[in-house]
Design a protein around this ligand. Sequence first.
Ligand code: OGA
Ligand code: NI
Length: 368
Amino acid sequence: MWHQSCYVYNIYHTTFILPTCVERLKMNSVKSLGESPDLHRIPSIYAYSINSTVSPASDLHDEIPTIDFSLLTSTDPDIRSQVIQELDIACKDWGFFRVINHGVPESLMNMVIEKSREFFDLTDDEKKEFEEKSVLDPIRYGTSFNYKKDEILYWRDFLKVIVHPEFNCPNKPFGFREVLLEYSKRTREIAKELLNGISTNLGLDPSYVEKTLKLESGLQILTVNLYPPCPQPELAIGFPPHSDHGLLTLLINNGVDGLQIKHKGKWVSVKNNTPNSFLVNTADQLQIFSNGKYPSVEHRATLNNAVTRLSVAVTNGPALDAVVEPAHKLVSEERCPPAYMQMKYKEYLEMQQGNRIVGKTCLDRVRL
Ligand code: OGA
Ligand code: NI
């Protein structure tokens, strides 16, 4: 249903088209495609050229900043101001950092990964019930990014669930709901605390971001990304370069590497060398709100041919009806004019999710 009516294979530079009636592949998802035993090459609709160099992981990944969350909530003002300063550098220079000592039990993080995996292990028929219909559906199961609009397909299946301000969750697998409910609450608390620190770093009241963007009813979307082994990992991509739409994204994965972030114009591989940590990245609404001081980081997910990679990304954004624009206190027409126009978060989200995803181009539409 998702895949086109014929399949194009590129074998030894010769293109074969397998007619639907002969070979109507019932494989809707990359997961089922990847599980077919005689798949040695990717269907050409997945062919993607990664034409940029990646910094050797050993070069730069050690420099990715780490924020000790427990210090952010310290009652000692010196300790707190030191870590807030580190947060400022992390957001400005990288837009990406690890968060440790965050207090979320490792068992809960493991359960989120485990239950998410169980979701993808449901039968195709069971998962079909959650197939995506429109961008703001509370539960959306799908493949690629925007299957109907993507020019080429990405080697990725996904489940997107709106977990706040209303909590939603697929009714399967057993126990998923309890795990996601608790996880959404805990990650929201962490995002809020980080945003309080960021608000301070912008020279604003600590709760300014929270109040102005109505985080109490902020939109939180939990996305599970599944990247099955790919027979030609260097010829396809899991998630193409993009930035996230919200304020801050909290990411965890099943310990398999694949995430790359763009840092000073170069791709840097992120290693999973800090157990029980969150990978946090700045997103588009923060870039707009901070008038460009904290740019959203561009990132992508690459593939391997051996093991399935699973990641869980929680985007924490403003309320859907919040109007986002550069914070008034940060701009003045003469000295520091606003660099972005105002737009409701809902409109921005629909624009980003409803189109093809190409780097940070969505932001260009609100740039003044
Ligand atoms: C995302 C994302 C990266 C990953 O879900 O927005 O960038 O490692 N995921 O899966
Ligand atoms: Ni992302």
